[in-house]
Design a protein around this ligand. Sequence first.
Ligand code: FAD
Length: 493
Amino acid sequence: MNKKVAVIGAGLGGLAVALLLKKQGYEVTIFEKNAQLGGKINNLSIDGFRFDTGASLITMPFVIDNFFKLLNLNINDYIEIKKLDIITKYFFQDGITINAYSNLENFIDEIANKTNQDKHSIQKYFDYSKRIYDLTSDLFIFNDFTSISKLINKRGLKTLINIKDIDPFRTIHQANSSFFSDTKVIQIFDRYATYNGSNPYKAPATLNIIPYVEYFLGGFYIQTGMYSLIQVLEKLCNQYDINIFTNTEIKNISIKNNHSCVTTTTNDNFSFDYIISNSDVNHTFRSLLNDSNSTESIRNYKNQASSSALVYYWGIKGNYPTLDTHNILFSDDYHNEFSQIFDKKQISDDPTIYIYISSKFNTNDAPIGHENWFVMINTPENLGQNWDEIIIKYRSLIINKISNLTGIDLKDKIITEHTLTPLSIERNTLSRYGSIYGISSNSKSAAFLRQKNRSKKYPNLFFVGGSVHPGGGIPLVLSSAMIVSKMFEEMND
Ligand SMILES: Cc1cc2nc3c(=O)[nH]c(=O)nc-3n(C[C@H](O)[C@H](O)[C@H](O)COP(=O)(O)OP(=O)(O)OC[C@H]3O[C@@H](n4cnc5c(N)ncnc54)[C@H](O)[C@@H]3O)c2cc1C
């Protein structure tokens, strides 16, 4: 087969789909605007510290496993993915800490011991979460649903008949409040809305699928850092003779009938049979296709962006056993935090802080006697805020809050620092407004409004990545690549 495919962008989705299509016999070329591959999964090494700059937690590792199987490879020959014992350590303002153990029984015991919630209600909640997974995952995560006909099959009908069980009409918070009376427990489970950049007070309770995914299927890490996943895919691309042009930004796509062409910023033109965009879907329509009028383009533009993040990468003097690998220091007023982010487009005055320390499991990531802290707060998307001022303001606020909730005094302990803002995410990856997960799921119809993986208007144009179906985050992005690969297979049937 001599059909040629261009992949625009070497994020996780772009690299994965390139490998799958090469395996099918296509001639594949990747264009990446940055010098380094990986997009939002990236690596930073400064002053003896190594940081994962973006994604830090792996869920649903079987999706990565399945991806390797499609290439007839065994994941264990390439990468060491390990299960966390404690997925997250939660800190509350009244001094209570709760460990979210990977072992479900231990987690349920921990909640029952440290809150007023009884074990039975937690067990019931997980049964409910599992039911959502069973009814929706095949339809909405692992398949495209480009047409109603794809939904009309045995599984689709089962989901439709049981639509109440997938809970699309309540919000995450409403549903969680119906299961639990303890506000700490509600807050822990409301937090899963942030896994796709959404607001638990608006997003449909169908997203309560995520606790099942995390506790039944587990929370994982890569021993050598998240960027190893990208390095493995890069190595495989080289072995498979996939052409990769780095430092090469595509600035235009032209599609006429069966002829597709991409143009770089240096005005070089390349012709292809198919184009797969791993770039943000709005950037693809508006900037690359210069299309702001088609139904698809307008619909994407109307979708609300997901939240973004401000991240401090701190090299810290000392070791802190109080903290685990993944830590959450909750805000006291969660409702107000999300209302500030999504309605007022502000960062909360009392933000929830996420601290990820990979040197807890990989001592090579920091010099002896030191730790590498990835300290993140959720923010609205980049709307032209003064990020330099915000970095300074929130730095001291975060340091104070860490001291109040954990007793760790960071004054004079931060010996190296780097930051990531929504503006730098936008510049690095061309994600619209620097949003982390493409669009938010803050409405009942959000899942249906996401761009499908093949364009209706331009049949030679396909999409992979976090801004399109099925969504952001490592497993869903890999799933988008597998869905597109299946579409190509079906074209040849
Ligand atoms: C701070 C942060 C924390 C996160 N935490 C987690 C987590 O814990 N777990 C998890 O599962 N997920 C997490 N995510 C989300 C996850 O990283 C993303 O969903 C995923 O990596 C997105 O992959 P993608 O394929 O959409 O490509 P992206 O990472 O968006 O990459 C797209 C690539 O395309 C390139 N590109 C774009 N336009 C062009 C063009 N015109 N020409 C050439 N190249 C172009 C960009 O330079 C970029 O390299 C996090 C993300 C961030 C930023």
